[in-house]
Design a protein around this ligand. Structure first.
Ligand SMILES: *[C@@H]1O[C@H](CO)[C@@H](O)[C@H](O)[C@H]1NC(C)=O
Ligand SMILES: *[C@@H]1O[C@H](CO)[C@@H](O)[C@H](O)[C@H]1NC(C)=O
Length: 340
């Protein structure tokens, strides 16, 4: 039904589907705004309520606990196994596709594209147990790397830790990859927050040419690189138009440089209508995990060596996209990976 240009959802929707929509909407709110809301709530409690000693105690804990996200994290299998994530999975739905065996004798660096607005596919597959990662890749445990600022935010940091979140810093990645003999998978959104400005339905624009730090880390630790691509990620939201050269993109870039988070203005759907809102659109998400690229261990890799493996990685990411787009994108004829 369309009224005043707004497309409304049918009135009779099975409860199961309503719960899926709720799971996806709540997920967006918690991931996008949870940190900020937690910070405000804690400051309010500190200044205006008699619970301030508890808040001080909690702040002390955050300080004492500040290195956890740099030194392997604190995952909770219970949190990763919440029913919430299974409703989230069924909303889109999300699928995990394996193309090669990954022996648990190694650690792996999953280089996940595209970032999308909030990396929904990576979240579901690698930060929760909803698609049962551990039975798809026996012997492996996955952790998602994210901006270290998230681990300073009251309350939401506990969720991030529980889901297996780790700081995306050089120290944190090196720590895990050198302290573990095998079985750890670190998932890095190589394009970073800036890539989310390029998230538009039906487009596959990624940032890779200028990103080489991950190849250096892989070489230093001898960790195989694994190209990973989530088809559908860019179809979940449109965003308020911010083409290169526009004042909006300039302004968003300034904020991103300041706080690290990209202030996209997403256009998804609402609970009762499909025209606007912050709930992702219901669109199939397929995360395809490619074959590992073996990498030698070199303590001081030369620029030539880094460039060589960067090129190998780029080629296999393009190959992965081309091999699978026929099955997983809406319009395979025009779908093209644009690499910046
Ligand atoms: C995870 O949740 C599923 C479904 O609720 C349950 O069957 C399973 O036992 C849980 N796993 C663990 C380790 O608790
Ligand atoms: C993951 O989910 C599967 C399927 O629901 C369940 O059997 C398994 O116990 C879960 N694993 C963990 C570690 O929670």
């Amino acid at each position: 039904m369309i009224l005043f240009g707004i497309k409304f959802a049918p009135l009779r929707v099975p409860l199961e589907r309503r719960l899926q929509t709720l799971a996806a909407g709540m997920w967006f709110i918690i991931i996008a705004f949870g940190g900020m809301v937690g910070a405000w709530v804690s400051v309010y409690m500190l200044l205006y309520t008699r619970y301030y000693p508890l808040v001080l105690l909690y702040y002390t804990w955050i300080y004492v606990d500040r290195h956890t996200c740099e030194t392997g994290g604190r995952r909770s299998e219970w949190m990763r196994n919440w029913t919430w994530w299974r409703y989230f999975r069924d909303y889109f739905p999300v699928n995990l596709v394996k193309t090669a065996d990954l022996p648990a004798t190694h650690n792996y660096l999953f280089c996940v594209y595209p970032h999308g607005i909030l990396s929904s596919g990576a979240f579901c597959n690698f930060a929760s147990n909803a698609t049962n990662f551990r039975s798809v890749f026996p012997g492996l445990v996955s952790d998602v790397l994210t901006l270290s600022a998230h681990f300073w935010m009251p309350f939401s940091r506990e969720l991030m830790h529980g889901l297996g979140g780790l700081s995306a810093s050089k120290e944190s990645i090196t720590h895990v990859l050198t302290h573990s003999k095998g079985g750890r998978v670190l998932c890095l959104m190589v394009g970073g927050a800036r890539e989310s400005f390029k998230c538009k339905p039906g487009q596959y624009e990624i940032i890779l040419k200028s990103r080489k730090g991950f190849v250096r880390l892989a070489l230093k630790t001898g960790t195989p690189l694994v190209p990973v691509f989530t088809f559908g990620e860019t179809d979940l939201f449109d965003q308020v138009a911010n083409p290169p050269g526009s004042w909006l993109l300039w302004f968003q870039e300034q904020i991103r440089r300041l706080i690290g988070v990209a202030p996209c203005i997403p256009i998804g759907r609402g609970f009762f209508q499909y025209s606007f809102g912050i709930i992702p659109r219901r669109h199939k998400l397929t995360t395809v995990v490619g074959a590992p690229i073996e990498v030698p261990q070199v303590s001081v890799p030369s620029q030539d060596l880094i460039d060589e493996y960067h090129e190998k990685f780029t080629d296999s990411l393009i190959q992965l996209f081309e091999d699978h787009k026929g099955k997983y994108v809406d319009d395979p004829k025009t779908a093209k990976l644009v690499i910046e």
